[in-house]
Design a protein around this ligand. Structure first.
Ligand SMILES: Cc1cc2nc3c(=O)[nH]c(=O)nc-3n(C[C@H](O)[C@H](O)[C@H](O)COP(=O)(O)OP(=O)(O)OC[C@H]3O[C@@H](n4cnc5c(N)ncnc54)[C@H](O)[C@@H]3O)c2cc1C
Length: 372
């Protein structure tokens, strides 16, 4: 029986372990944190991701804890609707969920002893038949293959191909979760509102709770000042934006970083997955969805191919083009969304309100229809 080690217990690592386990392949997750808890607000799970959850037998669990998403609306900061995109009919729903709920669902598909906490990878080396991994606590493990699912600043990636520093794309993203029971958000309608160099997104995670994100062309603000900084920046934007910011307890802050598509992810018996392989800016809400797709494709390749090396090569081949495309599209969307110049913003508003929504629906369909 093949025995796979996975470095990183984020969405990608745990999903990969769950997918492998479901197909009868033994996988162990090594996570450096002492506890497995997904920090973060909510995240979009588009149909390409909920299809994976369905195949893993987890869709019902996640859907029961999520908001259903039927439309995506682009608005001006005044609230005027510029475009309303119907997400169309798919075999599975588009959802928005708390990250912690998604992680809990993935963990529920894995026996507890398959997750080792407090294990920070420091070094790995491979021979012809094994990969040996070393951890900061001095322990050592051996596996037939190792998956680096250790995020955008992946140590596995650095060990395989040298250090590649993530690229800062010029803006900061804040996120939070708040309850809201007012009239200003329609059920099933998620939205992103555009200003000058700033955006604000509102996504329902169900039961009158919303996850929101805000962007601005600035370097991160100081932690204690987040709420007042955001209230000032989004004062005068449409309802319920100021109210959502005001009623949020914990506001998270991330710079927008990614990497251009990497030339290689795989070396022998070691490969990369999720943000370690193809980190992207959050503009399409697809980073975590791509990690879920990777997980299932990888597990199927390990099951089907005769050797570990050919399984990992095939996985990379199947995933490279799609993830590279998403990385580049996400970068472009962020670039356009962060326009600050008055003339450019006016032009964007006019073009967006004139373009047929069907064009975007068609475009999105190509992303959401993906099947492993
Ligand atoms: C603001 C923002 C909004 C986003 N919104 C969405 C969205 O709506 N939808 C969506 O699909 N995606 C979204 N994403 C992207 C998504 O969060 C990521 O793509 C996803 O979390 C990647 O998962 P991962 O498991 O590959 O990496 P990570 O989540 O980074 O997990 C890596 C794990 O590896 C561990 N680790 C690191 N180094 C080591 C080591 N040496 N040894 C052991 N363990 C290690 C870390 O502690 C961590 O637990 C968003 C991202 C941001 C920043």
């Amino acid at each position: 029986m093949k025995n796979v080690g996975i470095i990183g217990g984020g969405i990608g690592g745990v999903a990969a372990a769950a997918a492998l386990y479901r197909l009868g392949i033994h996988a162990t997750v090594y996570e450096r944190a002492p506890r497995l808890e997904e920090v973060g607000a909510g995240m979009m799970l588009w149909p390409n991701a909920t299809r994976i959850l369905k195949e893993l037998g987890l869709l019902e669990y996640v859907a029961a804890r999520s908001g259903l998403n039927t439309h995506f609306t682009v608005r001006a900061s005044s609230g005027n609707v510029l475009m309303n995109i119907a997400l169309g009919k798919f075999d599975v729903p588009a959802l928005c969920t708390r990250r912690s709920d998604l992680l809990a669902a993935l963990l529920s598909a894995l026996p507890r002893e398959h997750v080792r906490l407090g294990r920070e990878l420091t070094h790995l080396e491979q021979s012809k038949s094994k990969v040996r991994v070393q951890f900061a606590d001095g322990s050592i493990a051996e596996h037939d293959a190792v998956i680096g699912a250790d995020g955008i600043r992946s140590r596995v990636r650095a060990q395989l191909f040298g250090v590649s520093d993530p690229v800062y794309r010029g803006y900061t993203v804040w996120r939070g979760v708040a309850a809201y029971r007012g009239w200003a958000v329609r059920h099933g309608y998620n939205s992103e509102s555009w200003g000058h160099g700033s955006r604000f997104g509102i996504l329902s995670i169900g039961q009158s709770r919303f996850t929101w994100y805000a962007t601005a062309n600035v370097r991160a603000a100081l932690p204690g000042e987040r709420k007042s900084e955001l209230l000032q920046r989004f004062a005068g934007w449409h309802e319920p934006i100021p109210e959502l910011i005001e009623s949020t307890e914990l506001i998270l802050e991330n710079g927008a970083y990614d990497l251009p598509p990497l030339p290689r992810w795989t070396a022998g018996r070691v490969t990369l997955l999720g943000d370690a392989a193809h980190p992207c800016t959050p503009n399409l809400g697809q980073g975590g969805c791509m990690a879920l797709e990777d997980a299932l494709v990888l597990a199927k390749c390990v099951l089907q191919e005769r050797s570990i090396e050919s399984a990992l090569r095939r996985y990379e081949l199947l995933r490279r083009r799609r993830t590279g495309h998403i990385q580049q599209r996400s970068l472009l969307m962020g670039h356009i969304g962060q326009w600050q110049n008055r003339a450019a913003v006016s032009g964007r508003r006019v073009v967006t309100s004139l373009l047929p929504a069907a064009l975007f629906e068609h475009n999105l369909r190509s992303v959401y229809s993906y099947e492993t």
